[in-house]
Design a protein around this ligand. Structure first.
Ligand SMILES: N[C@@H](CCC[C@H](N)C(=O)O)C(=O)O
Length: 289
């Protein structure tokens, strides 16, 4: 099996192309290959597949084996891969990539000397109705809604970008104790399909810090859909303008929520780290906790 290791701001993926459909056993394979000690190491396993609606289709399996509907950083990596591996003509600087959560997404490439240096993705319309995010809170918009975990009160704003997000404002996101609160919020009963959790500090109407605990992957260095959800939540809460830079541990994303079409646009980098070939004998060793 040939694979390419890629990342968007340190949110890293094992990318596989050439299959006709998602292979049986992809979930177990993701758990095995994403393991940072006994595998390749990644936040997710990404397949680039044929599509009837777009140039290509992306499917992403989190490192815990669960499938997500959407992934902003992976879409940028997939676009770079499609272009640089010649899966479209070199003249094509606009592509479409289908995801389960957002349909066919338009992607614009910045290309310098044959290399994709930045990708702007039309991430579509945010979903705000509580039950569609989904949360169990049946409101048109779930803004700063109380949530209790182990006796600590938080307030969350719920946004789906095709996948579910819960945005929580804190005093100092960069130093927030992700490891304690992230896993508990991810599986809180208010979120029937679990949730990605963003802890956010708004620095100015055009700048915010965000740290993320991802559903199915834990603490990652960046989350594209999380940055989009954060911008939307911040506009709805009157904390931000409609365009802002979201600073993550792995770097910055520029996010715009366009008033005219109600779509969210994400711009950021994508990198290839290495290519590899994998044979799959034996089993992953398991260490007892
Ligand atoms: N890191 C991603 C989101 C990946 C999927 C997520 N863990 C989920 O289960 O929804 C991004 O860049 O958007």
């Amino acid at each position: 099996m040939n694979f390419t290791k890629m990342h968007g701001l340190g949110n890293d993926f094992i990318v596989v192309a050439g299959e006709k459909e998602l292979p049986a056993g992809a979930s177990e394979l993701a758990v095995r290959l994403c393991d940072r000690y006994f595998g390749i190491g990644a936040d997710g396993l990404v397949y680039i597949l044929p599509s009837e609606k777009a140039d290509y289709k992306m499917r992403i399996i989190n490192s815990d084996g669960s499938e997500s509907e959407q992934c902003g950083n992976a879409v940028r990596c997939v676009a770079k891969y499609i272009y640089e591996y010649g899966m479209v003509e070199a003249s094509r600087k606009e592509l479409t990539v289908e995801t389960i959560g957002a349909g066919a997404q338009k992607v614009q490439l910045t290309v310098e000397s044959g290399r994709v240096t930045a990708v702007r993705v039309d991430m579509g319309e945010p979903i705000l109705r509580g039950t569609e995010v989904p949360t169990t809170v049946d409101l048109d918009q779930v803004l700063n809604h109380p949530i209790e975990v182990d006796g600590r009160q938080f307030q969350f704003t719920a946004v789906s970008m095709g996948n579910p997000h819960c945005v929580i404002y804190v005093d100092d996101a960069a130093h927030f104790d992700l490891g304690t609160w992230g896993p508990k919020l991810e599986v809180h009963p208010l979120f029937p399909r679990r949730v990605n959790v963003e802890f956010v500090t708004v620095k100015s109407p055009q700048a915010m810090d965000m740290r993320v605990w991802e559903r199915g992957a834990g603490p990652t260095l960046a989350c594209g859909t999380g940055a989009c959800a954060t911008l939307v939540a911040s506009v709805l809460n009157g904390k931000s303008e409609r365009s802002a830079t979201v600073s993550l541990k792995g770097g910055d994303l520029f996010i715009e929520w366009n008033e005219a079409d109600n779509h969210v646009y994400m711009t950021g980098p994508a990198e290839q780290v290495f290519e590899g070939q994998l044979s799959l004998p034996g089993r992953t060793r398991r260490i007892q906790d």
